[in-house]
Ligand binder design. Structure first.
Ligand code: IPE
Ligand code: IPE
Ligand code: MG
Length: 228
């Protein structure tokens, strides 16, 4: 990957767990388990490549509409992931931030989130944002309401500075696995000028090599930001 322009902030829509499991005659929950087991490999690799912020779409504000059993399973996997992350924090300099509305999450999960965030808040080498109960539209509405309550002017900058991702800033590259060509309410404001990379590979199969392919493609894109 030498000589390639590495994006500072990468977002990943980790899609395709359900289809991965169905293709193997298994329940969707099996796909979520495999998908969650794949997270650390990609996180470690992305930071090794020099990415400074990684935002992972784990559960959307719209995913509550899934069967309760599936939702409960996903919530448990998320809690387990955060617990494991907290345990390994002594060897890591990564700051973890959970983005999304907390009101609908269980007290247990919120406690776990707060613990990891607190323990890692002074970590400096990179930021890992996990999007749980996240929606881009909901985020913008909450942000604008906050600015109004604080009697602050609504500007492009004041919104950017008050989004959940204030620390990581705009997203340079959004990767979506699983073959769908849409954003599904992910980082709508931060992604105004993101490069988009779609792959048919299902999330449990997405590996380091595929991540590098996305980076190489990003390196070849000409970002103009409206200029010539
Ligand atoms: C992504 O995989 C994980 C979540 C949305 C929580 P899906 O569960 O959407 O898998 P597919 O798209 O049905 O294959
Ligand atoms: C997007 O995937 C959300 C996550 C990956 C967490 P979905 O599977 O929910 O998206 P749609 O329903 O296909 O748009
Ligand atoms: Mg999906």
């Amino acid at each position: 990957m030498q000589g390639v322009n590495i994006p500072k902030h990468v977002g990943i829509i980790m899609d395709g767990n359900g289809r991965w499991a169905t293709a193997r005659g298994q329940k969707r929950s099996f796909g979520h388990k495999e998908g969650s087991a794949n997270v650390d490999k990609i996180v470690t690799h992305a930071f090794k490549r020099g990415v400074k912020a990684l935002t992972l779409y784990a559960f959307s504000a719209e995913n509550w509409a899934r069967p309760k059993e599936e939702v409960d399973g996903l919530m448990k996997l998320l809690k387990d992931y955060l617990k494991k992350f907290a345990k390994k924090l002594y060897k890591s300099d990564v700051r973890l931030i959970v983005i999304g509305g907390r009101e609908q999450l269980s007290n247990d999960l919120v406690k776990q989130i707060e613990e990891v965030e607190k323990k890692s808040e002074n970590n400096k080498s990179a930021v890992l944002n996990i999007a749980i109960n996240y929606g881009g539209r909901q985020e913008i509405v909450a942000c604008v309401n906050k600015l109004i309550a604080l009697n602050k002017e609504i500007t492009v900058e004041s919104i950017s500075e008050n989004l959940y991702t204030a620390v990581s800033g705009e997203v340079d590259l959004i990767i979506r696995t699983g073959g769908e060509l849409r954003l599904s309410n992910f980082l709508l404001y931060q992604g105004a000028y993101s490069e988009l990379y779609f792959t048919d590979v299902l999330w449990p199969d997405f590996n380091e090599e595929q991540f590098d392919k996305a980076l190489s493609e990003f390196g070849q894109r000409k970002r103009r930001f409206g200029k010539v």
